[in-house]
Ligand binder design. Structure first.
Ligand SMILES: Cc1cc2nc3c(=O)[nH]c(=O)nc-3n(C[C@H](O)[C@H](O)[C@H](O)COP(=O)(O)OP(=O)(O)OC[C@H]3O[C@@H](n4cnc5c(N)ncnc54)[C@H](O)[C@@H]3O)c2cc1C
Length: 499
């Protein structure tokens, strides 16, 4: 569509979408001022910057319905993308030449967008709400969601459009496994309530659906009684097999409440164990020199007033079952809220902001030894070379139980009962991400050449053929649901699946 036609159209829409009758206080729902265009073309990745024609600031679900209907009515519709918190890293919430919907506007100045039901043990939460706010409101009345992300300044609609994973997923499944009902506005502008029994195609489609089938405006999230405190251990390993055997032990016996792991590629990343011990510092340096990487497990056990008397003993029993490097055990005690919100808000940077060319993979258990040799030990240490432009990197590696994932949902995982994630969370200067992208591509090429059946999480895929491979046997269902709920390919075009 010609840009001027779109501008006129946007103007008309912004007038008709007005919900406040008084002309004097009429809010502009779609804006194309510099600040709005900057918001709509920026994300955490700082790699893709695709300008929309305008940004919509809806004050109600009805505004979103009307926006999408206006597009859907056109012979050449314009793109519409929900922007939760813009914490994608490859422009996935952008809509070049179309309209980005600033979801935060839906909740602005409103109370009651997080409603806790203690009888039903669920929270009804606006799709725009941040998980950190759900945490605070729920914990204040002694309850909490059971499945989290490591970082909680993400929107509910944004993580549910991917999966939402962290160290609790082995026992509870990802966040998408802990949602029982949704309100969704489809790509035809229909407002629909859905669950596993009511409009199930939409429900399962939207969960992990990369924004392709509708915009989530409410999610009913499962709650449990909240613990008050956690015991938190970080253990160091020099041997990969011992590390993964212990991780799998921890996810099989449900004795812990959270299990993750990290790949340690330099001495800085080992400071939890070495900062107060020169001899350990020297030992870690020697091991890193010899084998390139070390491995660490982070696990947590929740407790409250009722279990406070026994927690130390239970925790020690669990520690004794694990074969970490002797003495390399750092233990802390924290409140539950401090633990879940351990990373704080990472969005306070000042320009020039770095880029985050991240790669997230799921790896079947049967491939992890080869993956370790080729990628974890074989490639990650190379990032210490300044030529690769990595200014800071975190490498997370931990297992899941597949039976906690629901195959009817759009999210894709490997076809094995236990699979691992590698989150290669790179930071590079804004103009330095290309060397990291090449590095990421080498990882993908290695997996392909060895026939390792890895899947991308938060996928960064461009070609249709690759999307078909990614979805595998789910591709037909994805196409069918797209035709049902967004036949004109209006929604979240920057995922580049259908656009
Ligand atoms: C610092 C950091 C830490 C992270 N940690 C984790 C982690 O531990 N675990 C994990 O699983 N992920 C993690 N992520 C990834 C994160 O879950 C995704 O990037 C997620 O999309 C971010 O949510 P958002 O609200 O910013 O979404 P956005 O980036 O705004 O949107 C993501 C996609 O979802 C669509 N979308 C957004 N809102 C809606 C909605 N309401 N309805 C339908 N579609 C919508 C968008 O159009 C876009 O396609 C992390 C990201 C960052 C930057």
């Amino acid at each position: 569509m010609h840009p001027s036609t779109l501008s006129i159209l946007l103007l008309i829409i912004s007038l008709t979408l007005t919900t406040i009758p008084s002309a004097a206080s009429k809010p502009e729902i779609i804006r194309s001022d510099a600040a709005s265009l900057s918001l709509g073309s920026t994300d955490y990745g700082n790699i893709v910057h695709d300008l929309p024609a305008g940004v919509a600031y809806p004050s109600s679900e009805k505004d979103v319905v009307e926006l999408i209907r206006a597009s859907h009515a056109l012979r050449e519709p314009f793109a519409v993308a929900a922007r939760g918190r813009g914490h994608s890293v490859r422009g996935q919430a952008m809509a070049g030449g179309g309209v980005v919907v600033d979801m935060a506007a839906l909740g602005k100045g409103k109370k009651g967008r997080i409603r806790i039901d203690l009888e039903g043990m669920y929270a009804d939460v606006g799709g725009e709400q941040l998980w950190v706010d759900v945490l605070k409101e729920a914990a204040a009345v002694g309850v909490a969601p059971v499945s989290w992300t490591d970082y909680v300044y993400l929107s509910v609609g944004g993580t549910l459009s991917n999966a939402g994973i962290s160290g609790q997923a082995f026992v509870h499944g990802p966040q998408i496994s802990n949602v029982v009902e949704l309100d969704v506005i489809t790509g035809k502008g229909e407002f629909m309530t859905c669950s596993s029994t009511r409009n199930p195609e939409l429900f399962f489609g939207v969960l992990g659906g990369l924004g392709q089938f509708g915009i989530i405006t409410r999610a009913r999230i499962v709650l449990d009684k909240a613990p008050t405190r956690v015991k938190w251990a970080k253990l160091l390993y020099s041997d990969f097999t011992t590390f993964t055997v212990d991780q799998e032990h921890l996810i099989s016996n449900n004795a812990s409440n959270y299990v993750e792991g990290f790949i340690v590629t330099n001495e800085n990343a080992a400071s939890d164990w070495t900062s107060s011990s020169p001899s350990r510092k020297a030992e870690v340096a020697a091991l890193l020199k010899k084998q390139g990487v070390l491995y660490s497990i982070e696990f947590v056990k929740y407790y409250d007033n009722y279990t406070a008397a026994t927690i130390d003993q239970e925790f020690d029993t669990l520690l004794k079952e694990l074969k970490y490097m002797s003495g390399y055990n750092a233990t802390t005690d924290a409140s539950f809220v401090e633990f879940i919100n351990r990373l704080g808000d990472l969005d306070n940077g000042t320009p020039p902001l770095p880029s985050h060319p991240w790669l997230n993979l799921f790896i079947p258990k049967s491939s992890i030894v080869e993956f370790n040799a080729g990628v974890l030990a074989g490639m990650l240490p190379k990032l210490n070379d300044p030529k690769l432009n990595e200014t800071f990197g975190i490498f997370i590696f931990y297992p899941f139980n597949r039976n906690k994932w629901d195959d009817r949902m759009t999210a894709v995982v490997p076809d094995e009962e236990v699979f691992y994630t590698l989150a290669a969370l790179h930071t590079a200067p804004q103009d330095g991400y290309k060397s990291i992208d090449e590095f990421n591509n080498e990882i993908l090429e290695f997996c392909k050449s060895k026939g390792l059946k890895v899947k991308q999480y938060l996928p960064n895929i461009k070609a249709k053929k690759e999307w078909m491979d990614h979805f595998g046997t789910k591709w037909e269902t994805v196409e069918k649901r797209k035709a049902m709920f967004d036949p004109k390919n209006i929604l979240s075009p920057a995922q580049r699946i259908f656009n």
